[in-house]
Design a binder for this molecule. Structure first.
Ligand SMILES: NC(=O)C1=CN([C@@H]2O[C@H](COP(=O)(O)OP(=O)(O)OC[C@H]3O[C@@H](n4cnc5c(N)ncnc54)[C@H](O)[C@@H]3O)[C@@H](O)[C@H]2O)C=CC1
Ligand code: BAL
Length: 498
């Protein structure tokens, strides 16, 4: 059930759990099937972990239901907060190992990405530890002399969560910590290519003192485990982060039992640089907004629109900055501090992203600049910049999910807004200007769930996050993160006496 894994770059040796985590124990899958996971930086196998079957999912749902009815629904909000605070301390103690597992399994650069994810996870855990007894209170509604009402924020009960591979532990933590703070029990499915870190983290929940069955982790395939969770009659809510296509399927599947659904899906977020912007800052933020995490970011500012009067100057600076700051590092090893752009997650994503690049180059004949040389191992794709890209291009319309920046020009505010909103997505946006009125107008007019002014992709755990249009339904983080996991019950009190 455990295998000793070595991470020589960090001089680490640890016991990696490989079973399903049900009722606070690691167990084998019922059909003994396993999934191999590879290191995206080398393409080499790391290990194989157990893959849940539909009957394993059913066992996990039963464990979560039992835990909810007998223990967790009777645990006070304050006690839930205390357990989350203990968990936070344990994550902090193990953050270097957790970050190293994340780098090994997902290819994230250790110093700049994986440790940054862990810092955010610690903040997130601390935030929801404090939120448990603050954001779960109902309200009192005075009505007449003889009547008042009050509301109870009631947990859904048993919640399923399906998460992606681009931020394996962070996406798990956004979902789990807020959901437990709200008082639900959980069955969570990590992505099949990045399950190791969450299996390791599961042990810390047990160590912190969470009762058996409160958190269950069922690694496995989406069309087996994910679909079973979405259709299971004893699951009260499902929350998902991933592609819009799968988000739509989940919504359809959940309709059979009318489950509540939260979806965080794809994006094609614009960054708009006006002529009065501080160009150096705009360059720094927009480069990070598309190249960080190798562009595998639902909020990546993958469309950069620059006002025509500063277009050439911006491009020159953007290209130079990308060349000097965003590269694989000399040894193409995400554990090296110099590695800022890691490999993509898998061969599938490598083929998908290079397919887009080849399409832009060969079919649409677009101007292209690529930094760095091809790498003969792993799934590294060099930072790529396409310029003067027409709005009709496939590269403007589709989510690429790789380190591929699309740059185009605009004349004035109206055109910038028209281009920015010309998408089926609406997850995030960024605007660069020194004009406070223009910044606020942009924030008002953009159809997206987040607008960054003079920055990009700097999420905060206390601020709501989620999408408009085809980017999703519902919000995570902040108080909204707890609201997503409670439903309101209204109690009518008649105190009149005949
Ligand atoms: N919004 C985001 O953060 C993410 C967006 N994506 C987008 O999706 C594209 C494809 O990546 P994929 O790995 O294929 O994403 P995906 O949407 O298939 O995977 C996300 C999660 O959904 C699960 N899943 C897959 N099929 C399912 C089904 N039928 N029922 C229930 N769960 C299911 C997967 O096992 C994984 O845990 C990317 O190129 C990117 O554009 C991918 C990952 C994260
Ligand atoms: N930036 C964190 C959310 C996501 O990309 O999935």
């Amino acid at each position: 059930m455990f295998e000793t894994l070595n991470i020589p770059q960090k001089n680490l040796k640890y016991e990696q759990p490989l079973g399903l985590f049900i009722n606070n124990e690691f167990v084998v899958s019922s059909d003994n099937s396993k999934i191999e996971t590879v290191n995206p930086a080398t393409g080499e196998k790391i290990t194989a972990f157990h893959a849940a079957s539909k009957s394993d999912v059913d066992k996990a749902v039963k464990a979560a239901r039992e835990a909810y009815e007998t223990k967790w629904s009777k645990t006070s909000a304050e006690e839930r907060g205390i357990l989350l605070a203990k968990l936070c301390d344990l994550i902090e103690q193990e953050k270097h190992l957790l970050a190293a597992i994340e780098t090994l399994d997902s290819g994230k650069p250790y110093e700049s990405n994986a440790l940054a994810d862990l810092e955010q996870i610690i903040q997130c855990t601390r935030y929801f530890a404090g939120a448990a007894d603050k954001y779960t209170k109902g309200e009192m509604i005075p009505l007449t002399h003889d009547k008042y009402a009050y509301t109870i924020k009631s947990p859904y009960g048993v919640v399923a969560q399906v998460i992606p591979w681009n931020y394996p532990l962070a996406m798990a933590s956004w979902k789990i910590q807020s959901c437990l703070a709200a008082g639900n029990t959980i069955i969570i499915k990590p992505a099949e290519n990045t399950s190791l870190s969450l299996l390791y983290l599961a042990q810390l929940f047990k160590k912190a003192g969470f009762p058996a069955g409160v958190l269950n982790v069922v690694p496995g395939y989406g069309d087996v485990v994910g679909s079973e969770l979405a259709t299971h009659p004893d699951v009260d809510k499902i929350a998902f982060t991933g592609s819009t296509a799968v988000g739509q399927k989940i919504m359809q599947m959940a309709s059979s039992t009318l489950k509540a659904v939260t979806l965080e899906c794809g994006g094609k977020s614009p960054a708009v640089v006006f002529e009065d912007a501080n160009l150096d800052e705009a360059v720094k933020w927009t480069a990070a907004g598309i190249f960080y995490n190798s562009g595998q970011n639902c909020t990546a500012n993958s469309r950069i629109y620059v006002q025509e009067s500063v277009y050439d100057k911006f491009l020159e600076k953007f290209t130079q900055f990308t060349e000097s700051e965003w590269n694989f590092g000399a040894s193409c090893d995400p554990f090296e501090e110099a590695c800022k752009v890691g490999p993509l997650i898998s061969q599938t994503q490598y083929d998908r992203v290079t397919g887009f690049i080849n399409h832009g180059k060969e079919v649409e004949k677009l101007n292209i600049k690529q930094m760095g040389k091809p790498v003969d191992k792993g799934y590294f794709v060099p930072p790529t910049i396409f310029t003067d890209v027409p709005q009709t291009s496939k590269l403007v319309r589709d989510e690429i999910f790789g380190p591929v920046a699309i740059v185009a020009k605009f004349k004035d505010y109206d055109e910038a807004m028209k281009l920015s909103n010309d998408t089926s997505y609406g997850l995030a946006s960024a605007v660069f200007t020194e004009d406070i009125r223009k910044a606020h107008q942009f924030a008002r007019d953009i159809k997206a769930g987040t607008c960054w002014v003079n920055s990009s992709n700097d999420e905060e755990v206390s601020v709501p996050f989620g999408g408009f249009k085809m980017s999703g339904i519902g919000r995570e983080l902040g108080q909204s993160g707890v609201d997503a996991y409670v439903q309101t019950k209204a109690v009518h009190m008649n105190i009149s006496k005949l």
